[in-house]
Design a protein around this ligand. Structure first.
Ligand code: FES
Ligand code: FES
Length: 161
């Protein structure tokens, strides 16, 4: 099958690659561009392990065709920390023990990152709804909620968003 050239911004850098028209964004990000932080948990749009930020929205990268990323601005978990300084959502997961096996964590972080820009002062119920598309098979949800609350407070205090 012939390949299509696509170019987009990935974690602040312009990247160019070739993809088949039916190829999924998650495969291109992981296998061609070497950003393996985004995981594949189900490949059916259920688990959220593949969540990335695309043009200011959380998307499940197993549900997006790579060619749809043409010209897009994409952030993966690799793009969250800056100069070795963790983003408040990463710090929250660390401080509140929001990860167990860690497989769901990159997707959780990316969803929390966007959710806290959509809602800067969420209630616990809003956090639960906002994170509902991301599954943790260890069922460590309580600490994940606390981690998002930690990050919300930190961001409200003026930390980098
Ligand atoms: S791998 Fe994309 S939602 Fe599960
Ligand atoms: S920490 Fe293991 S799946 Fe979430």
């Amino acid at each position: 099958m012939s390949k299509v050239r696509i170019a987009f911004t990935l974690n602040g850098k312009r990247v160019e690659t070739l993809a088949e028209s039916r190829e999924l964004l998650i495969h291109v990000i992981r296998e061609q561009l070497g950003q393996t932080g985004s995981h594949i948990g189900c490949d059916t749009s259920h688990c959220g392990a593949c969540t990335v930020d695309m043009n200011g929205k959380s998307v499940k990268a197993c549900t997006v065709l790579a060619v749809q990323a043409e010209g897009a601005e994409i952030i993966t978990v690799e793009g969250l920390s800056v100069n070795g300084q963790l983003h408040p959502v990463q710090e929250g997961f660390l401080q509140e023990h929001g990860l167990q096996c860690g497989f769901c964590t990159p997707g959780m972080l990316m969803r929390a990152y966007r959710f806290l820009q959509e809602n800067q002062n969420p209630t616990e119920a809003e956090i639960r709804i906002g994170m509902a598309g991301n599954l943790c098979r260890c069922t460590g949800y309580q600490n994940i909620i606390k981690a998002v609350q930690y990050a919300a407070k930190k961001l409200q205090s003026g930390a980098r968003g």
